[in-house]
Design a binder for this molecule. Structure first.
Ligand SMILES: Cc1cc2nc3c(=O)[nH]c(=O)nc-3n(C[C@H](O)[C@H](O)[C@H](O)COP(=O)(O)O)c2cc1C
Length: 186
């Protein structure tokens, strides 16, 4: 997954990068450099009314410790985007390294089985915010949106941590992008 590909080189370009070929080359170089930024891989739980979703996401960071704020950047076309905007909450679910296959299951809107309490077959329960916490997430962080910032083709949702917890041993290794062959952004 390589966001920004296929739609022509995106500026700005440094001085001397002038021809279409140079711009294309610079565009690819910048993508590879950006891909070296280390990141984790998570399933973002969202909910508005009775609509729930889970989405694979790596753009997550704590951005303040007083108050405790965590930001996630979500594609404007995603269902999750509308659910977080309308519901005003999100849950960052960490993923065990052993569960790496899970991230491929959350790259489009999920099938919710309300009776079985599953998202694409994965058991969940509603957190304090009402958004879905995956039962198999080693840890979860529930947030209420405090600020919404338009950042181009994504929206940065800045949420305050209102609940969190471990559901597995605290030492459980959590999934990172480099554990997979995937990329995002760049
Ligand atoms: C490895 C990987 C990382 C991703 N990271 C993000 C991310 O940080 N933000 C984002 O908006 N989409 C990210 N995506 C894309 C979404 O998972 C995908 O577009 C999304 O599920 C569509 O959202 P929806 O189910 O809410 O419609 C990533 C996809 C993959 C495969």
């Amino acid at each position: 997954m390589a966001g920004g590909g296929g739609i022509g080189a995106i500026g700005p370009f440094p001085a001397g990068v002038d021809t279409p070929e140079q711009r294309e080359e610079y565009d690819k170089l910048r993508r590879r450099v950006l891909w070296t930024l280390p990141s984790g891989l998570y399933v973002l739980g969202s909910r508005a009314g009775e609509r729930r979703n889970g989405m694979t996401l790596n753009w997550v960071s704590q951005v303040s410790f007083e108050p405790k704020l965590v930001a996630v950047s979500v594609e404007q076309g995603a269902l999750t985007h509308d659910l977080v905007r309308d519901g005003g909450v999100f849950v960052v679910n960490t993923v065990s390294r052993e569960d790496r296959a899970i991230v491929r299951k959350f790259t489009k809107p999920v099938e919710v089985d309300e009776a079985a309490r599953t998202l694409n077959g994965f058991a969940f329960h509603d957190g304090l915010t009402g958004a879905p916490v995956l039962d198999q997430a080693p840890a979860y962080i529930e947030c209420e949106v405090r600020q919404t910032v338009d950042v181009g083709n994504h929206t940065l949702f800045i949420g305050e941590v209102v609940a969190c917890g471990f559901q597995a041993d605290e030492e459980t290794p959590v999934l990172r992008m480099e554990d997979t062959r995937m990329n995002y952004g760049g």
